[in-house]
Design a binder for this molecule. Sequence first.
Ligand code: 5RP
Length: 209
Amino acid sequence: MKIQLALDRLSIEEAISIAAEVEESIDWIEVGTSLIKEFGMRSVKELKEAFPHKTIVADIKTMDNANYEAELCFEAGADVMTVMGAASASTIEACISKAKEYGKEVMIDLLNVAQDQKQHLAVWEEAILCEHVSKDDQELSGKKNDFNSSVFLGKRLAVAGGITEQSMQNLSGLKPEVVIIGSAITKSENKKEAALRLKTLCQIQEVSQ
Ligand SMILES: O=C(CO)[C@H](O)[C@H](O)COP(=O)(O)O
Protein backbone atom coordinates (compact mmCIF):
# COMPACT_ATOMS: atom_id res chain seq x y z
CA MET A 1 0.00 0.00 0.00
CA LYS A 2 1.32 3.39 -0.96
CA ILE A 3 0.64 6.47 1.15
CA GLN A 4 -0.43 9.51 -0.86
CA LEU A 5 0.07 12.65 1.24
CA ALA A 6 -2.82 15.05 0.49
CA LEU A 7 -1.79 18.68 0.79
CA ASP A 8 -4.84 20.92 1.21
CA ARG A 9 -5.67 24.36 2.59
CA LEU A 10 -2.00 25.35 2.79
CA SER A 11 0.30 27.80 1.03
CA ILE A 12 2.69 26.26 -1.52
CA GLU A 13 5.57 26.95 0.88
CA GLU A 14 3.80 25.19 3.76
CA ALA A 15 2.95 22.26 1.47
CA ILE A 16 6.59 21.86 0.42
CA SER A 17 7.80 22.13 3.99
CA ILE A 18 5.35 19.47 5.29
CA ALA A 19 6.15 17.12 2.40
CA ALA A 20 9.87 17.51 3.11
CA GLU A 21 9.33 16.74 6.80
CA VAL A 22 7.51 13.45 6.14
CA GLU A 23 9.09 12.54 2.81
CA GLU A 24 10.63 9.28 4.02
CA SER A 25 7.29 7.85 5.19
CA ILE A 26 5.13 8.72 2.18
CA ASP A 27 5.14 7.55 -1.42
CA TRP A 28 3.03 9.93 -3.52
CA ILE A 29 2.39 13.64 -3.03
CA GLU A 30 -1.03 15.06 -3.83
CA VAL A 31 -1.33 18.71 -4.77
CA GLY A 32 -4.80 19.15 -3.27
CA THR A 33 -7.75 20.67 -5.11
CA SER A 34 -7.62 23.63 -2.74
CA LEU A 35 -4.01 24.42 -3.73
CA ILE A 36 -4.79 24.09 -7.42
CA LYS A 37 -7.82 26.39 -7.05
CA GLU A 38 -5.93 28.96 -5.01
CA PHE A 39 -2.57 28.96 -6.78
CA GLY A 40 -3.22 27.26 -10.12
CA MET A 41 -0.68 25.10 -11.93
CA ARG A 42 2.16 26.92 -10.15
CA SER A 43 1.37 24.66 -7.16
CA VAL A 44 1.85 21.49 -9.24
CA LYS A 45 5.00 22.84 -10.91
CA GLU A 46 6.63 23.90 -7.64
CA LEU A 47 5.84 20.63 -5.86
CA LYS A 48 7.28 18.63 -8.78
CA GLU A 49 10.39 20.82 -8.80
CA ALA A 50 10.81 20.31 -5.04
CA PHE A 51 10.24 16.52 -5.26
CA PRO A 52 11.29 15.40 -8.77
CA HIS A 53 11.71 11.78 -7.63
CA LYS A 54 8.19 11.51 -6.14
CA THR A 55 4.94 10.74 -7.96
CA ILE A 56 2.96 13.98 -7.99
CA VAL A 57 -0.83 13.73 -8.11
CA ALA A 58 -2.70 16.81 -9.34
CA ASP A 59 -6.09 16.54 -7.62
CA ILE A 60 -7.78 18.74 -10.20
CA LYS A 61 -11.08 16.77 -10.05
CA THR A 62 -11.83 17.35 -13.73
CA MET A 63 -15.54 17.35 -14.56
CA ASP A 64 -15.37 18.72 -18.11
CA ASN A 65 -12.84 20.27 -20.47
CA ALA A 66 -10.71 17.15 -20.14
CA ASN A 67 -8.04 17.62 -22.82
CA TYR A 68 -7.29 21.16 -21.67
CA GLU A 69 -7.09 20.32 -17.97
CA ALA A 70 -5.11 17.10 -18.52
CA GLU A 71 -2.54 18.99 -20.60
CA LEU A 72 -2.29 21.68 -17.89
CA CYS A 73 -1.56 19.01 -15.26
CA PHE A 74 0.92 16.94 -17.25
CA GLU A 75 2.76 19.96 -18.68
CA ALA A 76 3.11 21.28 -15.10
CA GLY A 77 4.80 18.01 -14.07
CA ALA A 78 1.96 15.92 -12.64
CA ASP A 79 2.40 12.15 -12.87
CA VAL A 80 -1.25 11.46 -12.07
CA MET A 81 -4.35 13.63 -12.58
CA THR A 82 -7.81 13.12 -11.09
CA VAL A 83 -11.13 13.11 -12.94
CA MET A 84 -14.57 12.76 -11.39
CA GLY A 85 -16.30 9.42 -11.88
CA ALA A 86 -19.53 11.39 -12.24
CA ALA A 87 -18.16 13.11 -15.38
CA SER A 88 -19.27 11.94 -18.80
CA ALA A 89 -17.64 8.89 -20.39
CA SER A 90 -16.09 11.15 -23.04
CA THR A 91 -14.43 13.29 -20.33
CA ILE A 92 -12.98 10.23 -18.57
CA GLU A 93 -11.85 8.68 -21.84
CA ALA A 94 -10.16 11.92 -22.90
CA CYS A 95 -8.23 12.10 -19.60
CA ILE A 96 -7.08 8.50 -19.99
CA SER A 97 -6.03 8.97 -23.57
CA LYS A 98 -4.17 12.22 -22.75
CA ALA A 99 -2.43 10.43 -19.85
CA LYS A 100 -1.33 7.65 -22.25
CA GLU A 101 0.03 10.26 -24.66
CA TYR A 102 2.19 11.71 -21.84
CA GLY A 103 3.03 8.32 -20.27
CA LYS A 104 1.11 9.34 -17.13
CA GLU A 105 -1.82 8.05 -15.08
CA VAL A 106 -5.40 8.88 -14.13
CA MET A 107 -7.24 8.50 -10.82
CA ILE A 108 -11.04 8.42 -11.04
CA ASP A 109 -12.70 9.97 -7.97
CA LEU A 110 -15.84 8.05 -6.97
CA LEU A 111 -17.42 10.86 -4.89
CA ASN A 112 -21.20 10.59 -5.25
CA VAL A 113 -20.99 7.76 -7.76
CA ALA A 114 -23.69 5.08 -7.33
CA GLN A 115 -22.67 1.42 -7.09
CA ASP A 116 -23.98 0.50 -10.56
CA GLN A 117 -22.05 3.37 -12.11
CA LYS A 118 -18.89 2.21 -10.30
CA GLN A 119 -19.31 -1.08 -12.13
CA HIS A 120 -19.21 0.79 -15.47
CA LEU A 121 -16.11 2.70 -14.39
CA ALA A 122 -14.31 -0.55 -13.55
CA VAL A 123 -13.81 -1.04 -17.32
CA TRP A 124 -11.01 1.52 -17.08
CA GLU A 125 -8.59 -1.09 -15.78
CA GLU A 126 -5.52 1.13 -16.14
CA ALA A 127 -7.03 3.87 -13.98
CA ILE A 128 -6.98 3.99 -10.18
CA LEU A 129 -10.50 4.21 -8.77
CA CYS A 130 -10.74 6.27 -5.59
CA GLU A 131 -13.39 5.57 -2.94
CA HIS A 132 -13.81 8.95 -1.25
CA VAL A 133 -15.72 10.46 1.68
CA SER A 134 -15.96 14.18 0.96
CA LYS A 135 -14.72 16.93 3.27
CA ASP A 136 -18.26 18.33 3.42
CA ASP A 137 -19.76 14.96 4.39
CA GLN A 138 -17.10 14.67 7.08
CA GLU A 139 -17.25 18.25 8.35
CA LEU A 140 -20.91 19.18 7.86
CA SER A 141 -22.68 15.82 8.21
CA GLY A 142 -20.25 14.06 10.54
CA LYS A 143 -19.88 11.14 8.13
CA LYS A 144 -17.05 8.75 8.88
CA ASN A 145 -15.35 6.59 6.32
CA ASP A 146 -16.55 3.03 6.51
CA PHE A 147 -14.73 1.37 3.70
CA ASN A 148 -15.59 -2.00 5.22
CA SER A 149 -18.95 -1.80 3.49
CA SER A 150 -17.48 -0.84 0.10
CA VAL A 151 -17.74 -3.44 -2.61
CA PHE A 152 -14.90 -2.73 -4.95
CA LEU A 153 -14.92 -4.14 -8.44
CA GLY A 154 -12.02 -2.46 -10.21
CA LYS A 155 -8.40 -3.54 -10.51
CA ARG A 156 -6.67 -0.59 -8.85
CA LEU A 157 -8.11 1.06 -5.75
CA ALA A 158 -7.36 4.18 -3.71
CA VAL A 159 -9.23 5.31 -0.60
CA ALA A 160 -9.57 8.85 0.74
CA GLY A 161 -11.40 11.00 3.22
CA GLY A 162 -10.59 11.48 6.89
CA ILE A 163 -8.36 8.41 7.14
CA THR A 164 -6.68 8.21 10.55
CA GLU A 165 -4.51 5.73 12.42
CA GLN A 166 -7.73 4.35 13.97
CA SER A 167 -9.66 4.00 10.70
CA MET A 168 -6.74 2.35 8.89
CA GLN A 169 -7.97 -0.96 10.33
CA ASN A 170 -11.13 -0.70 8.18
CA LEU A 171 -8.98 -1.06 5.09
CA SER A 172 -7.78 -4.61 5.60
CA GLY A 173 -10.57 -6.19 3.53
CA LEU A 174 -10.14 -3.78 0.63
CA LYS A 175 -6.39 -4.03 0.04
CA PRO A 176 -6.08 -0.61 -1.60
CA GLU A 177 -3.07 0.20 -3.76
CA VAL A 178 -3.07 3.79 -2.49
CA VAL A 179 -4.18 5.20 0.88
CA ILE A 180 -4.74 8.95 0.65
CA ILE A 181 -4.05 10.75 3.93
CA GLY A 182 -4.25 14.50 4.51
CA SER A 183 -5.26 15.96 7.87
CA ALA A 184 -4.06 12.98 9.94
CA ILE A 185 -0.55 14.05 8.93
CA THR A 186 -0.76 17.75 8.02
CA LYS A 187 -2.71 18.72 11.16
CA SER A 188 -0.70 16.54 13.51
CA GLU A 189 1.54 18.26 16.04
CA ASN A 190 4.39 15.92 15.18
CA LYS A 191 3.91 15.27 11.46
CA LYS A 192 7.03 13.18 11.04
CA GLU A 193 6.01 10.77 13.78
CA ALA A 194 2.39 10.61 12.61
CA ALA A 195 3.52 9.77 9.06
CA LEU A 196 5.92 7.13 10.34
CA ARG A 197 3.19 5.48 12.45
CA LEU A 198 0.84 5.46 9.42
CA LYS A 199 3.55 3.93 7.24
CA THR A 200 4.11 1.23 9.86
CA LEU A 201 0.37 0.50 9.95
CA CYS A 202 0.38 0.12 6.14
CA GLN A 203 3.31 -2.27 6.35
CA ILE A 204 1.57 -4.34 9.08
CA GLN A 205 -1.55 -4.61 6.89
CA GLU A 206 0.54 -5.66 3.92
CA VAL A 207 2.21 -8.54 5.73
CA SER A 208 -1.08 -9.69 7.24
CA GLN A 209 -2.79 -9.87 3.82
O1 5RP B 1 -9.55 15.08 -1.90
C1 5RP B 1 -9.59 15.57 -0.81
C2 5RP B 1 -10.64 16.53 -0.45
O2 5RP B 1 -11.61 16.59 -1.46
C3 5RP B 1 -8.52 15.22 0.20
O3 5RP B 1 -7.32 15.16 -0.46
C4 5RP B 1 -8.80 13.89 0.85
O4 5RP B 1 -10.05 13.96 1.50
C5 5RP B 1 -7.73 13.53 1.88
O5 5RP B 1 -7.64 14.47 2.90
P1 5RP B 1 -8.12 14.17 4.41
O6 5RP B 1 -7.36 12.97 4.88
O7 5RP B 1 -7.77 15.42 5.15
O8 5RP B 1 -9.61 13.91 4.35
